[in-house]
Design a protein around this ligand. Structure first.
Ligand code: PNS
Length: 162
């Protein structure tokens, strides 16, 4: 089976992430979207919350499953018997960072984990989870950045925080 993993922080999942998930799901027999459980990052949503948001957003995609991982991506991919990592590229500014991660993963995995890049659809090229959080923290409109149910959850979080 031709499987791939789409790893990320997804804090929160944006329409840009969802666009990559939908397109990758058409390219592979199975896609695992996996949330990095990174204790070092000060996340708005817990890993469990991010996983349930992704599950809700992908419930109609029958070949997509949602999971979480900690540690190295190469170890997780090996454990899952997955040999392709999918990442979205928004702009040239993403490229240097993504190239470094992709090359590190390929080297560390001795060539068993390769990365496939999908260029983000133009309408989502400006989007990032960080900007969604910043806009929401100032009560701005994030309705064009995330699905409606996610926007509600983000606003709720900022109510809790204030
Ligand atoms: O959504 P993000 O934060 O840009 O995703 C980054 C991610 C999760 C893909 C990357 O940080 C990752 O894979 N981390 C796991 C640790 C790892 O494998 N590091 C080695 C590559 S430098």
């Amino acid at each position: 089976m031709n499987s791939a993993v789409y790893p990320g922080s997804f804090d929160p999942m944006t329409l840009g992430h969802l666009d990559i998930i939908q397109r990758a799901a058409k390219m592979f027999d199975h896609l695992t979207v996996s949330v990095l459980d990174n204790k070092a990052k000060n996340a708005l949503f817990s890993v469990q919350e991010r996983v349930s948001i992704l599950k809700e957003a992908t419930k109609d995609l029958s070949n997509v499953t949602v999971d979480s991982f900690n540690g190295l991506l190469i170890d997780y991919a090996k454990q899952q018997d997955i040999h392709i990592s999918v990442r979205g590229l928004r702009a040239i500014t993403d490229f240097e960072y993504e190239l470094q991660i992709a090359q590190t993963n390929r080297k560390l995995s001795q060539g068993t984990l390769d990365t496939v890049f999908l260029t983000t659809s133009l309408e989502y090229a400006y989007l990032s989870s960080s900007s969604v959080k910043e806009i929401a923290s100032f009560h701005g409109d994030i309705s064009q950045c995330v699905p409606e149910f996610v926007a509600e959850l983000v606003y709720e979080k900022f109510k809790e925080h204030n």
